[in-house]
Design a protein. Structure first.
Lengths: 239, 192, 211
């Protein structure tokens, strides 16, 4: 049906009167056929490629989760809804996603089905554009255990060190998140909750720290509550 | 609120459509020989961008969730119609302006910056207000770039430029230097 | 007759490569393309995607050129081009997700690349399909060549690498500005300068010969 709508808008646009104008029926008819065929082809391509595109997207997220959560072999999707975290099925989630953007975290398990940590996505305005980062968070130790930059258009050679510089990445293998994550100049990191910044890319480093603190503020409590609730449940079953 | 300001300034200066995304270059080099025309073209572009942002919001809310494969066609049709609409309005309300704009109006249809507005607002998931602010910022940013280049070109007509580099080559290099200057705006928002 | 045909075909094919190179000579189609020439691979991918769209759009438009009424031809062309680009966009996202992520919205912007509509209007709408395909192929290869040249210069200078392989070792201090937007303008500016220098020298030489 969409095609027909488009054509109705379209015809008057280009119908500049010239000599020997074919009947307007023919004009509409031609464009109608063209629009219809175009719609068919695109719908076909969409149906053919959609499973592959979805699989690619899922694979990209999966790869990031396994990177930020060491020893993680499987994960569960959790949604923050009505003040608490609930585990959801990724397929159901897609239908609900239309209205509001759902707030999601991923809970990772190791081989023996123990929770290794939570993978959290966060975005923040960096030097040039928005930076998107996934971090692995160990809720028991309150530390960040992994770090992966998903989107970043920071200045090549300076700001892009936030994902290229191994020294900077080392900050995030065991970073205490309490009370807050703090900024430290290069070579001046003394505490477990400090991030050693990149020389020449202070703004990008600070953006990363801000992003992490915001993510923690948003997620620390829901995750804690979730774990407590989970433990209570297990204890009840044991009783 | 801070987010809206960031969207606006980002589109206007930090990620200027012309100088950092290379969008709308055809009109940039083709018609910006005078400041006057540059302002008019920029204003017409901004206006079409705002209409496009409105239409794209409507499309993204009511049509495209059900048929994502129609995205490209819908956007193009919306832009062509918006340009046509603007043309009609200007023709009715201000024939003088219509005459002055002349060929630039239909040119807007093929201005990549307009389609880019549609695509970027969709990709970034902007809502109505954010999309509008983004469109206004980008439109003003384009106008700013056009006016700057036109001004430099007006001046350079008096300068003694070697024959070899006249024309597009010198314009490209001027644009490069302008673009470099605009890079200084990066970090405007995160220094605090 | 057949020889005439082949020479015509050769001409239609080769003109796009150099003599009418769309970027270097007619300076068309830069808008959505320059942005992605910060590395050779991106430039190449953009060039190939555009070439595919160009060849197919030329073919389809030439096939249907007698069916489409003149009054609605631009609209019809745009429908054809938009369809092709949308399909290519889906295919890239499905088969080469990393390239699709790099190029982002710029693939979709192929729709408004002036070259494609320009060739449709200037050539495919008036010529038989096989010539149109040749024209599209030649123009596409010339376009890809131009993007790759810009990509090579920018990647070598700005990142010290080619195809992501480091060329000069860690001691090389990259000229970062070259892979940033200003580098795109400046590279193309200097390339155009080089071409106009070459063209002028050619004219001077031929003048000297005449004397």
């Amino acid at each position: 049906m969409e095609e027909n709508k488009n054509i109705e808008i379209n015809t008057p646009d280009t119908g500049i009167p010239e000599e020997k104008v074919p009947s307007s029926f023919r004009l509409i008819f031609t464009l109608g056929i063209a629009g219809f065929l175009a719609g068919l082809i695109m719908a076909g391509a969409y149906i053919y490629t959609k499973p592959m595109i979805d699989a690619n997207k899922a694979a990209a997220i999966e790869r990031a989760i396994y990177k930020v959560l060491p020893n993680c072999v499987s994960f569960k999707l959790l949604e923050f809804k009505e003040g608490k975290l609930t585990s959801i099925n990724p397929k159901e989630n897609k239908k609900a996603a239309k209205g509001e953007v759902p707030r999601l975290v991923y809970m990772g398990y190791d081989k023996s089905d123990r929770v290794v940590g939570f993978a959290i996505l966060g975005s923040e305005i960096g030097f040039a554009d928005v930076i998107t980062i996934m971090v692995g968070y160990d809720a028991n130790k309150k530390t960040i255990i992994g770090y992966e930059v998903l989107e970043c258009k920071e200045t090549p050679g300076l700001g892009d060190k936030i994902f290229k510089d191994p020294n900077f990445r080392k900050n995030f293998t065991a970073l205490l998140t309490e009370p807050d994550i703090l900024f430290a100049k290069k070579g001046e990191k003394h505490k477990d909750n400090e991030v050693e910044a990149i020389t020449g890319a202070t703004i990008s480093s600070k953006a990363v720290i801000r992003l992490l603190n915001n993510s923690m503020k948003e997620w620390k409590e829901p995750i804690n509550n979730f774990i407590k609730a989970d433990e209570n449940k297990i204890n009840e079953i044991k009783k | 609120m801070g987010n809206l300001v960031w969207i606006f300034v980002s589109a206007l200066l930090i990620n200027n459509f012309v100088l950092s995304y290379f969008l709308g270059l055809c009109s940039f080099f083709g018609v910006t020989t005078k400041i006057d025309t540059a302002i008019r073209l920029g204003a017409a572009n901004t206006f079409v961008m705002i209409i496009t942002a409105l239409c794209v919001y409507a499309l993204n809310t009511w049509i495209l969730p059900y048929a994502p494969y129609l995205q490209m066609i819908c956007f193009i049709v919306v832009i062509a119609s918006a340009v046509q609409f603007v043309e009609m309005v200007i023709k009715k309300t201000s024939p003088a302006l219509f005459k002055a704009l002349g060929i630039y109006l239909p040119l807007i249809t093929t201005n990549c910056a307009i389609l880019a507005i549609a695509l970027f607002t969709t990709n970034k998931g902007y809502g109505l207000v954010e999309g509008l602010v983004y469109a206004i910022g980008a439109g003003l940013g384009i106008t700013l770039a056009y006016v700057l280049l036109a001004g430099i070109r007006e001046e350079s007509r008096l300068a003694n430029i070697p024959k070899l580099i006249q024309g597009t080559a010198i314009n490209m290099i001027i644009a490069g230097i302008l673009s470099m200057a605009f890079m200084g705006f990066a970090g405007l928002f995160s220094s605090h | 007759m057949s020889q005439d045909n082949t020479s015509r075909a050769m001409e239609e094919f080769s003109k796009g490569l150099w003599k009418e190179n769309q970027i270097f000579v007619t300076i068309l189609g830069m808008c959505p393309s320059l942005a992605v020439t910060n590395s050779v691979i991106n430039g190449l991918a953009m060039g190939v995607a555009t070439t595919v769209v160009l060849i197919l759009s030329n073919l389809l438009i030439s096939l249907f050129r007698n069916v489409i009424p003149n009054q609605v031809r631009i609209t019809a062309f745009i429908i054809i081009i938009a369809t092709l680009v949308q399909v290519i966009d889906f295919l890239l996202a499905a088969l080469f997700p990393s390239i699709h992520k790099e190029l982002g919205a710029f693939i979709a912007l192929i729709v408004v690349n002036c070259i494609i509509l320009g060739r449709a209007e200037a050539f495919a709408a008036k010529n038989p399909p096989w010539l149109s395909v040749l024209d599209g192929t030649g123009m596409g290869i010339g376009f890809t060549f131009a993007l790759v040249v810009i990509g090579v210069i920018r990647e070598i200078l700005g990142n010290g690498s080619l195809f992501n392989i480091s060329l000069f070792g860690p001691k090389f201090e990259p000229w970062v500005i070259m892979i940033l937007p200003p580098g795109g303008f400046i590279t193309l500016g200097f390339l155009l300068l080089g071409f106009s220098w070459y063209a002028q020298r050619k004219i001077k030489k031929s003048q000297q010969k005449e004397k």
